[in-house]
Write a protein that binds this ligand. Structure first.
Ligand code: AMP
Length: 283
């Protein structure tokens, strides 16, 4: 696997692949890889001849109060995992390669970034769309794979690609979970043993909500109030939000209408660790 640190070298590498009629698939990550990330590599591989993964812990998507400096890192392990998975190139730029002195250009998606993650983390999506744009210009992929785990992020990037006419096809891959249902996340490493058990409340709550909707409950208020009560009973859990949105528009909804698709979205602190999870339901 080739390890590339400069944007220019990354561009040259992809350009020469594309000139040789190779399709380039791209998986952006912040590293500390798990099977969820590696499943994205497989999706990229299905469509592409060359798979590029980036590892970059992006400072602009973290607020000053968040866990940027503590974010878990293990480049040796990540490199080995990617190599075993057959990745062709790892793009691993330094922070000042991406954000050199006097950097001052940001990409913002206006509406769907306001609520949910955007409301809890006001500068987050601007950081995400900016880094994804920079990475797209560096890696020049034909395909880019993102996880449904970050459902709102996937919707925001889909909007950005459409609005700015990036000539890239997006693939949104399903959530990979541990055997007991916890969504895989680099942040799960922060959880103590007790918190790891408490963290099951996220997936459990989503499945209970799904069951209620399937058995005919249409009031989102009723559904979420019940869920809030159950989460209150878990010692280390502190709910940030739980919401039901139209799967296409991401607009929050009060009433479930038969025949439509929704995301149930949730963010919850388990101790000091903020976890997100979601479930797509077709009514
Ligand atoms: P991150 O390193 O957390 O920024 O994630 C990089 C990519 O992996 C994003 O597109 C995430 O949505 C995706 N991802 C993270 N966790 C999972 C998971 N459990 N299953 C599938 N994709 C995931």
């Amino acid at each position: 696997m080739k390890i590339i640190r400069s944007i220019r070298e990354m561009q040259n590498y992809s350009e020469s692949q594309r000139q040789n009629k190779k399709k380039v698939g791209f998986v952006p990550t912040m590293g500390f890889l798990h099977d969820g990330h590696l499943s994205l590599v497989d999706y990229a591989r299905e469509k592409s001849d060359i798979v590029v993964v980036s590892i970059f812990v992006n400072p602009t998507q973290f607020a000053p109060s968040e866990d940027l400096s503590k974010y878990p890192r293990d480049l040796d392990r990540d490199t080995q995992l990617l190599e075993e998975r057959g990745v062709d190139a790892l793009f691993f730029p330094a922070a000042d390669e991406i954000y050199p002195e006097n950097f001052q250009t940001y990409v913002s998606v206006e509406d769907i970034t306001q609520e949910l993650e955007g409301s809890s983390r006001p500068t987050h999506f601007r950081g995400v769309t900016t880094i994804v744009s920079i990475l797209f210009n560096a890696v020049k992929p034909n395909y880019a794979v993102f996880g449904q785990k970050d459902a709102q992020q996937a919707a925001v990037i889909t909007r950005m690609v459409k609005d700015l006419n990036f000539d890239i096809e997006l693939i949104i891959a399903p959530i990979m979970r541990e055997a007991d249902g916890l969504a895989m996340s680099s942040r799960n490493i922060y959880l103590s043993q007790l918190e790891r058990t408490d963290a099951l409340i996220l997936n459990k709550t989503l499945l209970e909500i799904e069951e209620k909707i399937f058995s005919g409950e249409t009031s989102v208020k009723k559904i979420t109030e019940d869920a809030e009560q159950k989460i209150l009973a878990v010692d280390s859990a502190n709910l940030d939000y739980i919401s039901v949105v139209d799967a296409d528009t991401f607009a929050e909804t009060d009433t479930i209408i038969a025949g439509k698709k929704y995301f149930i979205l949730m963010a919850c602190y388990i101790g000091k660790t903020r976890l997100i999870d979601n479930l797509l339901i077709s009514t």
